[in-house]
Structure formats: C-alpha cells, structure tokens
Design a protein around this ligand. Structure first.
Ligand code: ADP
Length: 285
C-alpha cells in the first residue's frame, strides 16, 4: 500500500473486484468501500491523485515512444447517469491527451452492423503507450442486446466465451484491462435525470429513451449479473464501483488506473544519446 493515500483502508482494486457469488442485487450504490474519508476530503485528494495518474500515464506514453508495446484499456460500463462522462472528464481528463485514446460506442452504424460485433472494438484498441478508454464497449452486445432481444438468445449466449477469448488475446499481447462496472441506485438516477431536466446546460445529456431503459432495470440487473459471473476472469477481472457519490467513484477509478499503470513496473526510458556529450554541445550551440 506504499503509494496509496492513508484515507484508503483497503486497496480499491482488491475491495472492488467482483468475486464469484457476489450479487448485483446486493450492491449498495451509496457505499464507499475501502475509503475512510468523506466528501470534504475528496477535492484535494483527487487533485493529488490526478497528478500521480498523469505522471504514470506520461511514463507509459514515453515508454511507448521508446518501443515498449504495452498499453492500458479502461472499459467503462454502467447504467445511464452512472457517471461515465464524469470519469472521462475528471479522471482521464487529467492525463496528457497525446497518450489517451477515447472511444464511445453507440448504436452500431450500418457499416458496423455489416461486421461482427468485435470489429469496431478491435479497430479502437489502444496502440503501444496509449491509455485507451471505452465509453461503453463490447459488453453492450450482451447487455442492451440481451435485454432488448436484438439477436436470438443463442447468439448473445455464445458471446461471453467469445469475449473472454478476445480479452485473453488482448492481455497476452500486452494490454492491461481495467474493467469497471458503475452502479447507480434508481433513486439517485431519478435525481440526476431530474437535474438534467432542470438545467439547460444539461439538456444535452438527457435522452428520453433513458426513462424506458429505467423500467427495464430488473432485466439489466440480470444481464449485468451474467456479465460479472461469466466474464470476470483472472486476467481481466471486473471492478464493481458504487457511483451514487461521484466523489467516491472518481477517486476509486483513479486508483484503479494508477494501480494498473504501476503494475507495469515502468521507469522513465533511458536516453538513447550521450547526455554529457549533448550538454557540452548545447553550451557551444
Ligand atoms: P451515452 O448514453 O453513453 O451518453 P448515447 O446517448 O450515445 O451515449 O447512447 C449510446 C446508446 O447506444 C446506448 O443506449 C447504448 O445502449 C446503445 N448501444 C451501444 N452499443 C450498442 C449495441 N452494440 N447495440 C445496440 N445498442 C447499443
């Protein structure tokens, strides 16, 4: 726990990892697992950890430039209003855009539909040195697609194994996956939707369809349970993040990213030139 701020009593990547037998119905979206502080501690801590994330992210980028083929991929899944956008803005946004590769996945386009569901995903994978961010992902193909019967059951049912095989391939090729399932309670979702309707600067986030999806929460719970049960693997585990308190979810996901980057055991790439000779040349330049 060397690098972890003392307000964390447990390492987020341990305490938030989905474990076999965990039930989506039991998730307390208002909880703050592993964190002993309060909202008032968050701004200062978030700023400090954003800097740490930015440093490690730049180190990954620098190593990528120096020939290291590794990358990190943050996969964000969550119900509407869970706060994916806030993670992108307030957590990932602290990084250097040169090394961030953001992709959001919406309803597949005609071109995307003409290919298998992993086609658009493969096209968006992060290159060496990049932190990729998937705002929704291939998991939509076993979530919204399952809930709305967009393909026959035997088709979506086969996808869990396909996704596991795909992610294994990804991890083996040097991509560290950080999969985050963001859970917001129905009460908090209602409050956030109401806020969007009250504020003209938030209308752009409001989608009338969100109210229809809200009614389908039991079916989504079932679909999320299946995702967590079937695709939380040793090489690509799911993290379950309670999101009713935005300050907590942002702190937690920042730590998940920091931990993933630290696990790469990086240092700054050495100079590929003679530093002393260059210093001498510069004095004469
Ligand atoms: P967000 O809600 O994340 O801000 P959008 O308003 O663009 O973004 O919504 C994206 C929509 O695309 C969501 O309703 C999501 O369920 C849907 N979607 C994403 N992937 C698929 C897919 N593979 N098949 C059907 N719908 C999908």
């Amino acid at each position: 726990m060397a690098d972890l701020p003392s307000l964390w009593t447990h390492e987020p990547h341990h305490i938030l990892t989905f474990r076999p037998g965990d039930k989506v119905a039991d998730i307390d979206a208002g909880a703050t697992p592993g964190f002993d502080g309060s909202k008032s501690d968050a701004p200062e801590l978030q700023a400090e950890r954003n800097e740490r994330f930015a440093e490690l992210q730049e180190m990954l980028y620098a190593n990528g430039r120096a020939g290291d083929s590794r990358s990190v991929l943050l996969v964000l899944q969550g119900m509407d209003t869970a706060g994916k956008g806030g993670i992108v803005k307030h957590v990932v946004g602290a990084g250097n855009p040169q090394g961030i590769d953001y992709t959001s996945f919406g309803v597949p386009t005609a071109e995307e539909k003409a290919h298998g569901y992993l086609w658009r995903i493969r096209n968006a994978l992060p290159a060496a040195g990049q932190v990729g961010v998937f705002d929704r992902s291939h998991y939509e193909d076993v979530l919204v697609v399952r809930v709305h019967n967009l393909v026959p059951p035997e088709v979506w049912a086969a996808r869990y194994d396909e996704i596991n095989a795909f992610e294994k391939e990804l991890v083996d090729s040097g991509t560290t996956l950080v999969k985050v399932a963001m859970f917001v309670s129905l009460d908090e979702q209602k409050r956030r939707l109401a806020e969007r309707l009250e504020r003209p600067d938030k209308y752009w986030k409001y989608n009338p369809g969100d109210l229809d999806e809200r009614k389908l929460w039991p079916a989504y719970q079932e679909a999320y349970q299946a995702v967590l049960d079937k695709t939380s693997t040793g090489y690509a585990p799911w993290h379950v993040v309670p999101c009713d308190r935005k300050w907590y979810s942002r702190l937690a996901i920042t730590e998940l990213l920091i931990e993933a980057l630290k696990s790469l055991g990086m240092s700054w790439p050495p100079a590929d030139f003679d530093v002393d000779a260059e210093k001498k040349r510069l004095t004469q330049a």
